[in-house]
Design a protein around this ligand. Structure first.
Ligand SMILES: Cc1cc2nc3c(=O)[nH]c(=O)nc-3n(C[C@H](O)[C@H](O)[C@H](O)COP(=O)(O)OP(=O)(O)OC[C@H]3O[C@@H](n4cnc5c(N)ncnc54)[C@H](O)[C@@H]3O)c2cc1C
Length: 385
């Protein structure tokens, strides 16, 4: 870790410092804050803000979110009951009920609601501030922010998402490899059934479409960066790649686009990561990113934050002789038991798409609904409260 020791770290600023206020970070902040533990969250952007995400949330976490105070009758998410998958030719290869189902909600709205709950829970939030470096020394962490502030904390939760400069600073092994994917998101007004999430394959990637709140739809696609970057602009790439799937071409041509510019993220991969790195407790995508085609990275981030928070609350963090070792090893075991297999199944599905074997997989899914339900069960969990 690159941060030099400075003399001005004397008193502890907080018991728990959370890096990144997405779903994992905000959920952990709410739960830990409510337990009376001194928690500080640092987020590099200012709320509310949009995020590249398909915005379909599995119902695994709906009762839990309601229990912590998310008011669904105010947020008005859509209700999604079915999944359909279309091949590049535009053929509907599969249409199946989703065993648990889910809801569609923009990250703009959901994250902002959690942000308010975090503030009400006594969490201090530093917005518009980026964590630049972390150093672990003498049983505490020293954290350097982009505004020049230095902080000291007993515990650090890394919930900073798919990839960040901090991963290089922590020398995480996956940073040695190139990232293969990029993603683009729009909010649109479209003509599409309200209860169906559709997945369209196209040359180089796939695109999800589902209703969110109000009368809006989220259209989000993941694509191989090497294929995409051959084109001079997003528009050109979409014409050459997405328009080859007939239904997708129609949606892109006929819908009203609600942003001036698309939201784009670069540089992410689905390589395995560790749940604890140099004593930083990783949570959400920082601990492992599931392929978006599984549609439950968001619920996994929330579930991981829930059990990590419970472990932190149970540990004797306020004590002078606080021992982080049992906390770390229990968290690693729990994380692996809950998510490792789901991530591996998701990676296998993603690899099949990359190898142009998507049509083969779709054929199998279509042929045998038991196989479809098996794949869904291997990438999803049960409802939590
Ligand atoms: C194309 C695509 C589509 C997807 N679609 C779906 C879907 O439909 N359903 C689903 O369930 N999942 C989906 N996912 C996955 C889902 O988006 C993630 O799993 C989820 O957002 C993880 O939440 P998180 O809190 O871990 O990370 P994020 O939500 O990414 O939050 C991380 C936060 O950390 C902040 N940050 C980063 N670095 C720093 C720093 N150094 N200092 C301070 N702040 C920092 C960021 O600004 C961000 O707010 C999709 C993913 C992709 C790539």
């Amino acid at each position: 870790m690159g941060l030099e020791m400075a003399d001005n770290y004397s008193e502890i600023d907080c018991d728990v410092l959370i890096i990144g206020g997405g779903l994992a970070g905000l959920t952990a902040a709410i739960l830990i804050g409510r337990a009376g533990i001194n928690v500080l969250l640092v987020e590099k952007k200012s709320y509310p803000f949009h995020k590249v995400c398909g915005e379909y949330v599995s119902n695994e976490v709906k009762p839990f979110l309601a229990q912590i105070g998310i008011n669904f009758s105010k947020l008005l998410p859509s209700s999604i009951t079915h999944l359909e998958v279309l091949s590049r030719s535009g053929k509907i290869e599969m249409k199946t009920p989703l065993p648990l189902g889910g809801f569609g909600i923009s990250r703009f709205r959901l994250d902002y609601e959690l942000y308010h709950l975090a503030i009400q829970s006594g969490v201090k939030i530093f917005e518009n501030n980026r964590v630049m470096d972390i150093a672990y020394h003498g049983n505490n962490f020293q954290i350097q922010l982009s505004n020049g502030t230095n902080l000291k904390s007993k515990l650090v939760i890394g919930s900073y998402g798919k990839r960040d400069i901090l991963d290089n600073k922590l020398q995480r092994s996956f940073t040695r490899y190139r990232s293969d994917y990029m993603a683009v998101k729009y909010h649109i007004k479209a003509s599409h059934p309200e209860n169906i999430i559709s997945l369209y394959y196209f040359n180089g990637g796939y695109c999800g479409l589902n209703k969110i709140e109000d009368d809006k739809y989220c259209l989000c696609y993941l694509v191989d960066r090497n294929i995409f970057k051959k084109f001079k602009s997003v528009k050109k790439a979409e014409e050459q790649l997405l328009h080859t799937t007939p239904q997708l071409r129609k949606i892109l041509q006929d819908s009203t686009f609600l942003y001036e510019q698309p939201l784009v993220i670069n540089e992410f991969s689905f390589r395995e990561k560790q749940a604890v790195e140099k004593h930083v407790l990783m949570c959400g995508d920082s601990a492992g990113l599931i392929s978006p085609m599984c549609g439950n990275g968001m619920s996994m981030a929330i579930i991981a934050a829930k059990f990590l928070s419970e472990l932190i609350i149970e540990s004797d963090i306020k004590s002078k002789i606080f021992n982080r070792q049992p906390l770390e090893s229990t968290y690693i075991k729990k994380w692996d038991a809950n998510f490792r297999m789901r991530l591996r199944t998701g990676k296998m599905l993603q690899d099949f798409s990359d190898l142009n074997l998507a049509t083969g997989i779709l054929y199998l899914l279509n042929l045998n609904s038991t196989f479809t339900q098996w794949v869904i069960s291997k990438t999803h969990g049960k409802k939590i409260v």
